[in-house]
Design a binder for this molecule. Structure first.
Ligand SMILES: Nc1ncnc2c1ncn2[C@@H]1O[C@H](COP(=O)(O)OP(=O)(O)OP(=O)(O)O)[C@@H](O)[C@H]1O
Length: 309
């Protein structure tokens, strides 16, 4: 197996008495977009700040491309690009001046700075604003500058804390497009509290609740993690609610109007078989059976109540 780009081992952090993050573990070996999903205050920014060496964790290790961040911060940080929740922009500088400043902070070789600034402005679609003061850019373009400063030194690992927060719908689409491009050649971890964001962008999801990781998997796994427990049926003969409730395994019936019903059950396979048998025996004329898929919102609400085993 390849050397992991990032390993997070037993990461815990507390600011004062309360633990903000408890025992987070993961390893990333492939490029792509990894989404850290959680409600406000779940612990996302804490994890990101620790992974980027902005705050020092109470316990655990962060290893970036084989380099322990706690032991060799300067060396490890050469491989990390970070866009914090509050982008570190300097409003009185032009885009170009600010990116030169960012390259210098990253200790880039001075002869490489000019080309790197030009390349990153082109990549982020901000070349035409090179001489504009950052304060005079729209929110979407400011965010592009924030992303540009995060990748100017060509890190393999890029961390973006709520990168589309506060942007309008068009800006969100543009910034998401840019993130996808960046992830083609890098490992990107982003945080969000918006389910649609992970759906639109991420190859892998972690869900954080009250500082603990409660889910880790693909979007499809996330969506299917909670097995559906309702189905919708159409019965031409319109049986009564009591008749349907009499079928073993059906725990609730909701009339949807006309000949349609929503049935809540415990075991899908058994219930469907019994329903078909009963329908044939009583001539109910079953013409539709559809399992209802959980919406991501439902999964989110359910997972928030669970803890990862
Ligand atoms: N500097 C700090 N001092 C004390 N407590 C803090 C500090 N920063 C965060 N916390 C607390 O740690 C917990 C996790 O916060 P964190 O900012 O990591 O969550 P988050 O998921 O990023 O939320 P948000 O999306 O609102 O930023 C919260 O209870 C928060 O109040």
């Amino acid at each position: 197996m390849n050397e992991p780009i990032v390993s997070v081992r037993g990461l815990s952090h507390r600011y004062s008495v309360q633990w903000a993050v408890r025992d987070i573990n993961f390893e990333l070996t492939k490029n792509g977009i990894y989404g850290l999903l959680g409600a406000n205050g779940a612990g996302k920014s804490t994890i990101m700040n620790v992974m980027c060496g902005v705050i020092k964790q109470s316990h655990g290790d962060i290893v970036i491309k084989g380099i322990n961040l706690g032991e060799h911060p300067e060396k490890a940080k050469r491989n990390i690009g970070f866009l914090p929740q509050q982008p570190p922009l300097q409003n009185d500088l032009t885009v170009e001046e600010f990116l030169i400043h960012s390259a210098n902070i990253r200790l880039m070789e001075s002869k490489k700075v000019k080309a790197a600034v030009s390349e990153v402005m082109s990549k982020c679609g901000i070349s035409h604003f090179n001489k504009r003061l950052i304060r005079n850019l729209s929110g979407g373009y400011q965010q592009r500058v924030g992303i540009a400063q995060a990748i100017i030194h060509k890190p393999d690992f890029v961390v973006l804390d709520e990168p589309t927060n506060g942007l309008d719908p068009n800006q969100i689409l543009e910034v998401r497009g840019l993130i996808k491009e960046i992830a083609e050649e890098r490992t990107v971890v982003l945080s969000t509290h918006i389910l649609q964001e992970v759906q639109a962008l991420c190859d892998h999801i972690w869900m954080i609740n009250e500082g603990s990781m409660i889910f880790s998997g693909s979007l499809a796994e996330f969506d299917n993690y909670i097995v559906p427990n309702t189905l919708v049926v159409s019965l031409v003969a319109s049986p009564t609610v009591e008749e349907l409730l009499a079928i073993p395994g059906i725990e609730g019936v909701e009339e949807l109007g006309g000949i349609r019903y929503r049935l809540r059950f415990t075991d899908a396979q058994d219930v469907i078989e019994r329903l078909v048998e009963t329908s044939v025996a009583r001539n109910w004329r079953l013409i539709e059976v559809a399992l209802e898929k959980n919406s991501l919102e439902t999964v989110f609400a359910e997972l928030s109540k669970k803890k990862l085993k």
